[in-house]
Write a protein that binds this ligand. Structure first.
Ligand SMILES: Cc1cc2nc3c(=O)[nH]c(=O)nc-3n(C[C@H](O)[C@H](O)[C@H](O)COP(=O)(O)OP(=O)(O)OC[C@H]3O[C@@H](n4cnc5c(N)ncnc54)[C@H](O)[C@@H]3O)c2cc1C
Length: 451
């Protein structure tokens, strides 16, 4: 740290994104380099890998989930006894992240973790001033925003649901066991809903589970052996979302093997396709194609899908392709008014969980830091409400689109730039790129100071 106590970099958020960055920095930073990862909930597991349930599994295989950039077999060596294609328990992956983070911090004494929330940020002449939730001040030359998955947006729900004790808005931190008796509504029908179904089953829940979503689509099951077949890419017309979907359908119909190989082939080129579409096309994709794409791309581990299929076959799961248009709170739970393709009906449930996925609309997240960073012009909202607007080099943009060389963002909050930014392989790659940039600039600054 320099004599004024200024860090070289402050990383806000210690989930997989912030941790992968700390690991990458620890591997290459010079001994005098200083960094602090701020996160009140610890360093490593973050939102996805903290819950301690045996029912929650990774949907990516061991071979693809190393947290160490440039060392793809790191997780496999840590686990010792798991095959390449295993989908391990997410809590075990959280323990791996915690252990790997601890190893990185032990290897570089200038990199540390502070278990505190950052509440405010402001620019100063040669960097930023951060104020934490305990009113302590931290100075830093650079900042990385890695705040990840904010609790789902509930603003589209009637106030009578939002204000009720029988409503859980944060599905990743909710005590799902309290819904074990009585019927329950899960708002959303994708991966988060699948997780909540697995948790309800783990708690021997006895009621019906109503999945409510606009499209009524549930994700397909994963086959962990699936690998992308890049030979299909030449057959896809990626010029617009519609041409892409049409050519994708044709290619899958003609493909002799498993359709997942076609979808997986698109993953490495998705950022280029997304970047080539203009804002109108991107908006069209989100409005008309996103739901169909998501159920093919983000798939459910087979064991989780088996729980869903068993309960559905037993009549315990009902899928509603519907919108919630009203709700009345009862002594316990609610009467939900559903519009199912024009037909209105009342659904009585004892509780509801918001499973609509992480909220990346910065104007609607309840984060003092985000409010402060927006107000100071240090970050701006992505125009499609997919998080923080960034440049090609992960630098945050000001209102005029100018990148800030000292401020970076990564993880689920930068989806607007490349669309594929939330899964582990992308996160570790992005962490390595940001670490490289930061260290290059750090060395260049030292050379200037020395000359
Ligand atoms: C439930 C779930 C399951 C997933 N499963 C998989 C999977 O199987 N395979 C896969 O490849 N991907 C999966 N993903 C996607 C991906 O791995 C995660 O989104 C990823 O972990 C994101 O990490 P992150 O660090 O960016 O965000 P998070 O894990 O959300 O961590 C962000 C951290 O920032 C902290 N924070 C926020 N604000 C502040 C502040 N002001 N000050 C200090 N700290 C702050 C929070 O406490 C939090 O710990 C899953 C995602 C979720 C949500």
């Amino acid at each position: 740290m320099d004599p004024r106590g200024q860090l070289d970099v402050a990383v806000i958020g210690g989930g997989v994104s912030g941790t992968a960055l700390a690991i990458a920095l620890a591997a290459s930073a010079p001994p005098d380099f200083t960094a602090c990862v701020f996160d009140p909930s610890g360093l490593g597991p973050g939102t996805a890998y903290a819950p301690q349930s045996a029912s929650l599994l990774l949907n990516g295989p061991v071979r693809a989930m190393s947290a160490v950039p440039g060392d793809p077999s790191h997780l496999k060596r840590y686990l010792v006894d798991e095959p390449d294609d295993a989908l391990i328990c997410r809590a075990r992956y959280g323990a791996y992240m915690r252990a790997t983070a601890a190893g990185a911090l032990a290897a570089h004494r200038g990199i540390r973790h502070a278990p505190v929330e950052i509440a405010e940020i402001a620019r100063e002449r040669d960097g930023f001033v951060l104020v934490d939730a305990e009113a302590r001040v931290h100075r830093t030359r650079r900042v990385v925003f890695a705040m990840g998955n904010f609790a789902p947006d509930a603003s589209f729900l009637p106030e009578s649901i939002r204000a009720s004790a029988d409503f859980a808005n944060d599905p990743w931190r909710a005590d799902v066991g309290r819904f074990r008796s009585g019927d329950i509504a899960l708002i959303g029908s994708r991966l988060t809903a699948m997780d909540v179904i697995a948790l309800l089953d783990e708690h021997a829940a006895s009621g019906r589970i109503h999945l409510i979503s606009r499209h009524g689509r549930v994700p397909f099951v994963e086959d962990p052996r699936a690998r992308g077949d890049a030979t299909v890419l030449a057959r896809l017309d990626t010029s617009t979302p519609y041409t892409l979907l049409r050519s994708l359908r044709r290619t899958i119909d003609d493909y002799p093997g498993d359709w997942r190989a076609v979808v997986e082939a698109l993953r490495p080129v998705t950022p280029h396709i997304w970047a080539a579409w203009n804002p109108r096309e991107r908006r069209r994709f989100l409005r008309h194609c996103e739901s169909l794409w998501a159920i093919h791309r983000y798939r459910v581990p087979p064991a989780t899908y088996a729980v869903y299929a068993r309960l559905r076959a037993a009549g315990r799961i009902v899928v509603h392709r519907a919108r919630i248009v009203g709700a009345t709170a009862a002594t316990r739970g609610f009467a939900l008014e559903l519009d199912e393709r024009g037909a209105r009906g009342i659904l009585r449930v004892a509780g509801a969980v918001n499973c609509t996925g992480p909220n990346a609309d910065l104007t609607r997240v309840a984060s003092p830091l985000v409010r402060s960073a927006l107000a100071g012009g240090i970050i701006t909202a992505d125009p499609l409400r997919l998080g923080i607007a960034i440049s090609e080099t992960f630098n945050t943009l000001d209102a005029n689109g100018r990148p800030d060389a000292r401020a970076f963002a990564m993880g689920p909050l930068v989806r607007g730039r490349w669309y594929e930014t939330t899964a582990i392989p992308e996160i570790t790659r992005h962490a390595a790129a940001i670490a490289r940039d930061i260290l290059r600039e750090h060395r260049a600054a030292l050379t200037v100071e020395a000359s």
